[in-house]
Design a protein around this ligand. Sequence first.
Ligand SMILES: [Ca+2]
Ligand SMILES: [Ca+2]
Ligand SMILES: [Ca+2]
Ligand SMILES: [Ca+2]
Length: 353
Amino acid sequence: MDSDADPLTAKTPVINLSAGENDMTWDAGINNPAAPIGALGNYVWYDQDKDGLQDPNETGVPGVTVTLYNASSTPIRSAITDQNGFYSFPNLAPGSYMVGFSTLPPNRGFTIPDAGGDDATDSDVSTNIVLGAGDIPLSGNIPFVTLVAGEYNPTLDAGLVVQFPTSVTMLQANAILQGNVTKVSWTTTDEKDVNNFTIQRSTDASNYQTVAVKNAKGNTNGQTTYSILDNVVELMELPVIYYRVIANDIDGQQSMSNVVSVRPLQGDDAVQIYPTPFTNEFTIAYPSADDGILSVTLTDVLGNIITKKTKEIVSGTNTIMIDQLNSLAKGTYFVKIVNETSGEQYIKKLLKK
Ligand SMILES: [Ca+2]
Ligand SMILES: [Ca+2]
Ligand SMILES: [Ca+2]
Ligand SMILES: [Ca+2]
């Protein structure tokens, strides 16, 4: 057994490691009783399979701030993990030390500590874990270790795992009537341990019944869109049908979407748009049960917004005019009407002549 560490800096020469490699052959000996300096370190890595172990295919995490605390929990030094995820605190007198990790990459938490029974290949962060928004850790510490004279302890490691905010960050629903079938679609952002979705329907916006259950992807980074079809042939005489989507987590936690609606009856108490096709302008007659805010967005078939208007509405029928459309090219457009107060949405295809 040799010693690779420089006795003054307690650093080894530059070691070239390929991604994920954790070279255990670099050791620091205790062969210099005249200058018994200690050191500790040394690794922060992505624990991709979340087993708490440093596996050969897993890579280091650069840029993590590591803080060294003395026996009275006072921070005395800090370091940043290098491009391979390594850090070290050389030149340490014998004593008790604690190491903390902060400035983690976005949406990362700490993996399970002390897995597998080998301190050289596990993660040790288990105390002082400070949680931020969405219960995602901001920082966490390894419990105190004692360094004897000249000891080098490279086993103080931190494994990071993907951790998204609880449930889903956002659950946005939409509904559109296609003949006798409602297409209910919804978009999630950053799912975390979502089991499935319950799609519910109501005819009075108060009592809901489940009409479908759809399995979730479970864990996602970014947006995912789902949809189901609901046959409403027996409900076509109703003025309005409401829907909502509930995300069910594995642990039973739930998140609910906005309420959306479709209006099978294009009668007196439903949204009317005239004239269609339109030329320079069209008017929307929107019956509302309550006071609120209505937004109207006109888009082309690609979803590009032509114009958007917002208006305060009152209980009863409200009209809102979209004008100055003369210069618009002939063709198909969509108008999306959203009751910003109740969450109801209504989408209608329009023709410009
Ligand atoms: Ca692992
Ligand atoms: Ca351990
Ligand atoms: Ca360890
Ligand atoms: Ca290590």
